[in-house]
Ligand binder design. Structure first.
Ligand code: PMP
Length: 427
């Protein structure tokens, strides 16, 4: 039967039929035809404890019997209160207030709106622009898309987007001997913008440590330290988009924690519920909160979504936090294996820019086509991976692994083997 469904990020004319998934257990997805495939991209980077994790499933079930949802303006509930209190100790000290929404793009929209209105509420109407990084991706809604780097995803909406100033992201890799110059160039570009027009910018937004969709570009914690120092010397807010890097992905709780830096606003989603339900958080400093705390109704943040702080999502997030707290080694220890694998990759001629950040390993494959999202290596690799029962989704010629943290050592090593075989096959 013909399906009426239009799939995301999919050219429906040329893409293969979607595979029907019957069930999921741990890192394994079972397809309708009985095949079992390893989910090595954590289902678009959300799944951190494996599929159908029973503690999270039970927490959602128990919560559903008590309260499935309630309007979050004028009302609150235990599930959201508990999550906010449990989350705060893991965030940088600068962040004291929690605003809920329901996906990564909306978490970013909220951060942009908070930053923009912050200055207006403080009586400064000139700070209406943003600084972002080349290669950045912050989501698909118009505001989040505007903040992201212009790309094939956003090209046709150019006229609809607000203007942003972009600076280079100092992406680095194993053996990179130019990293310090790249960091310097990036900081100089930011300093140049801020010095040329100190009253123009509301905030700078960055995916700290790893730019995800832009090609798994990784910067050093040292860069974030220098960046936050520079930002503190100017009148501008710092937004961390930790939608992908949060909840253990970088090998620590958050990129901000790993780099010991403190943004004014931080966006979280994806792994927050362990990959079970859509939920997101924009955390902000007390200073920002106070700019909205007023007798003047015009200083209110008029933003909210129907499913804000959905109790089921919050219950899933609390259960997921407990799992992370009980076994942080599962995300802290994964890079050891990635570094072993990197040694193999570094021996290969057509592999370059091997990079690792916590649970993520990425590298570029040299091909005779242009690098980037439309590089056809992606389709070839996806197919070969499936024939080996592996779910991989390269970003053009950038291949990466981002497994759920529960992956067993043997499973991880068999994925490495599979990748080496694929690289041999495409040579
Ligand atoms: N920010 C980053 C860094 C992301 O990686 C993504 C999603 N890939 C988003 C924002 C948008 O999140 P969502 O898809 O949940 O809207």
């Amino acid at each position: 039967m013909k399906s009426p469904i239009w799939h995301p990020f999919t050219q429906m004319k040329s893409s293969p039929h979607p595979l029907k998934v019957k069930s999921g257990k741990g890192i394994w997805l079972e397809l309708e035809d009985g095949r079992k495939i390893m989910d090595l991209v954590s289902s678009w980077w959300v799944n951190i404890h494996g599929h159908s994790q029973p503690d999270i499933a039970k927490a959602i079930y128990d919560q559903a019997l008590k309260l499935e949802h309630v309007i979050f303006a004028g009302f609150t509930h235990d599930s959201a209160e508990e999550l906010a209190h449990r989350l705060l100790p893991y965030l940088p000290d600068s962040l004291e207030r929690i605003f809920f929404s329901d996906n990564g793009s909306t978490a970013v929209e909220v951060a942009l709106k908070m930053a923009y209105q912050y200055w207006i509420n403080n009586g400064d109407k000139r700070k209406t622009s943003f600084i972002a990084f080349e290669g950045s991706y912050h989501g698909d809604t118009l505001g989040a898309m505007s903040a992201g780097s212009r790309s094939i995803f956003s090209n046709c909406f150019d006229e609809l987007m607000f203007e942003v100033n972009y600076v280079p992201y100092p992406g680095t890799f194993i053996g990179d001997d130019e990293v310090e110059q790249k960091e310097e160039a990036s900081l100089n570009a930011i300093d140049g913008l801020l010095t040329a027009d100190p009253s123009k910018y509301a905030a700078l937004i960055i995916e700290p440590l790893v730019q995800g969709a832009g090609g798994m570009n990784m910067c050093r914690p040292e860069f974030l330290k220098k960046l936050s120092k520079l930002i503190r010397e100017h009148e501008i807010l710092l937004i961390y988009d930790e939608v992908m890097t949060g909840f253990g992905r970088t090998g620590d709780w958050f990129a901000s924690v790993l780099s010991d830096t403190t943004p004014d606003l931080m966006c979280m989603s994806k792994g927050i519920t362990g990959g079970f339900l859509p939920l997101s958080v924009t955390a902000c400093s007390e200073n920002i909160y106070q700019a909205f705390y007023s007798d003047d109704p015009m200083k209110t943040l008029y933003h909210g979504h129907s499913y804000t702080a959905n109790p089921l999502g919050c219950a899933a997030a609390v259960a997921s936090l407990t799992l992370l707290e009980n076994n942080p080694e599962m995300f802290k220890g994964m890079s050891r294996h990635h570094f072993q694998f990197a040694e193999e990759l570094l021996k290969l001629e057509d592999v370059e820019k091997v990079r690792i950040c916590g649970t993520i390993i990425a590298f570029d494959i040299m091909t005779d086509q242009e690098s980037g999202y439309l590089n056809r290596a992606s389709e070839t690799i996806k197919k070969l991976a499936l024939s080996k029962n592996m779910l991989l989704r390269p970003l053009g010629n950038t291949l990466y692994l981002m497994p759920p943290y529960c992956i067993a050592k043997e499973e991880l090593h068999s994925a490495y083997e599979g990748i080496l075989e694929i690289l041999e096959q495409i040579q």
